[in-house]
Design a protein around this ligand. Structure first.
Ligand SMILES: Cc1ncc(COP(=O)(O)O)c(C=O)c1O
Length: 438
């Protein structure tokens, strides 16, 4: 098949696939061995469209209204189509001379995101691959300002994403120096316990807190830490506040939900993933640093063939050298459709999660583990132990009727839903609960 014909046919295939996705199972459950046989590279050449069809068929169908799984979204179609533009032109945005247009678009997106959060003009940032890279980058900026004569301690909430401990490990900070603060009844970092931890570190003398890491939209329960109270402690103990808002920062766009991140503007840095609650295809994360000097300081590099004084290079503020121009897809959506589709999706998925919570409260066979703050809810089947819960979830996935996850919360395995699809309806939510019952 000729390349242009393949491109046209592929776009049609994908739009048809998304439009008809509800007629498919959420996943066609297939053992890994069978999948491997299907993709074996054996020297024969095949029709590219047939190969694309194979990939589409065996994918987890994120566009399916019964997909309520992890925090990966069914992307806005215009953004997904724009990925083709990004790949075709292949602009590498770390270096200005390789992508003037990609660079200014990324800087425009960074400025737009920083403005939404109420950051000052000193703020800088970059697009990154996602929350994990953003968290590492935020901590590297914190270290650039840290008093290097002291032993660095990172203080996090007990439900912080694992990427924080991993970032600390990559920076040579051992697990014993990543101090976990207990969570309160609403699964937020307990502010009184945080203060005790900060005071204990200060009393040691040999160590100092490199950063407090708060979370806005925790992975397990979607809880939002009390940022304004935590910022006061940051001031009192003169340290850095990084907020992992990879999941939750997008509520800034919604008038009714923005209160969840009150105080974010006081942070020193934060992570915000448009590939989560802004419905961008993977990948597009971002890191914003209130005073961009520390971001630049963290990545000072000697590369005279690329970086020249006074230049616009994004590569002077990031880990990457080859750097995909992913900000273009968000820029194009914002410039052509505005924020309405994103705000609508945020508010719809939050309302549906509330609906699920109410259905569970009203039932005699399920119970919620917490109230949802946004679009994540953990719940349990009454009377089920950890093994039964894991088996229940697996049976549901195999049935193809719905896709949910599980996690361990305070030593108990529970069922977990992340409502990521704005096309999910109340009927789909009821059907998911009924499928679990069956
Ligand atoms: C709160 C939080 N932070 C960070 C991450 C990591 O983001 P990414 O998968 O984009 O690296 C996640 C992922 O689910 C998350 O929920």
């Amino acid at each position: 098949m000729e390349s242009r014909a393949y491109a046209h046919a592929l776009v049609d295939l994908l739009f048809d696939h998304v439009e008809n996705v509800a007629t498919r199972p959420v996943v066609e459950w297939t053992p890994a061995r069978e999948l491997r046989d299907l993709v074996r590279i054996d020297g024969t050449t095949r029709d590219p469209l047939a190969l694309a069809q194979l990939v589409a068929r065996y994918s987890i169908q994120l566009h399916h209204p019964s997909y309520m799984g992890h925090q990966v979204c069914p992307p806005i179609l215009d953004a997904a189509t724009t990925d083709l533009l990004i790949s075709f032109l292949n602009q590498s945005t770390a270096v200005w001379e390789m992508s003037p247009i990609g660079t200014v678009i990324e800087k425009e997106i960074v400025r737009w995101l920083a403005d939404r959060a109420g950051y000052p003009d000193t703020a800088e940032g970059t697009a990154v691959s996602g929350g994990s890279a953003a968290n590492l980058t935020g901590l590297l900026a914190a270290r650039a300002r840290f008093d290097a004569t002291k032993r660095p301690i990172v203080v996090v909430g007990a439900d912080a994403h694992y990427s924080i401990a991993r970032a600390a490990a990559m920076m040579g900070i051992p697990p014993a120096d990543v101090l976990k603060v207990a969570t309160d009844d609403a699964h937020r970092m307990d502010v009184a316990a945080l203060e005790e931890t900060l005071a204990a570190v200060e009393a040691r003398g040999d160590a100092a807190v490199l950063a407090i890491v708060a979370t806005s939209g925790s992975t397990a329960t979607g809880a939002f830490d009390k940022l304004d109270e935590i910022a006061l402690l940051r001031d009192r103990y003169r340290t850095w506040l990084h907020v992992d808002a990879a999941h939750g920062a997008s509520v800034l766009l919604s008038d009714s939900l923005a209160h969840l991140v009150r105080g974010l503007e006081q942070s020193d840095s934060f992570s915000w993933d448009p590939h989560k609650m802004m419905w961008m295809p993977l990948s597009l994360g971002s890191i914003l640093v209130r005073d961009g000097v520390w971001l630049r300081r963290a990545f000072e590099a000697d590369a005279p063939y690329l970086f020249h004084a006074g230049s616009e290079n994004l590569g002077e503020m990031t880990i990457q050298c080859s750097k995909r121009a992913d900000a273009i897809k968000l820029w194009l959506v914002l410039q052509s459709r505005g924020t309405a589709p994103i705000v609508d999706a945020i508010e719809r998925t939050a309302a549906l999660t509330r609906y699920l919570y109410e259905r569970i409260v009203a039932s005699d066979d399920f119970e919620p583990v917490h109230e949802p703050a946004l679009n994540i809810l953990c719940f349990r089947r009454r009377g089920f132990d950890d093994e039964q819960t894991a088996a229940l979830r697996e049976r549901l996935l195999r049935s193809g009727k719905a896709w949910i996850t599980t996690t361990v919360l305070r030593n108990e395995r529970v069922l977990r839903v992340t409502m990521m699809n704005p096309r999910t309806t109340e009927r789909d939510v009821d059907a998911m609960l009924n499928a679990l019952r069956e």
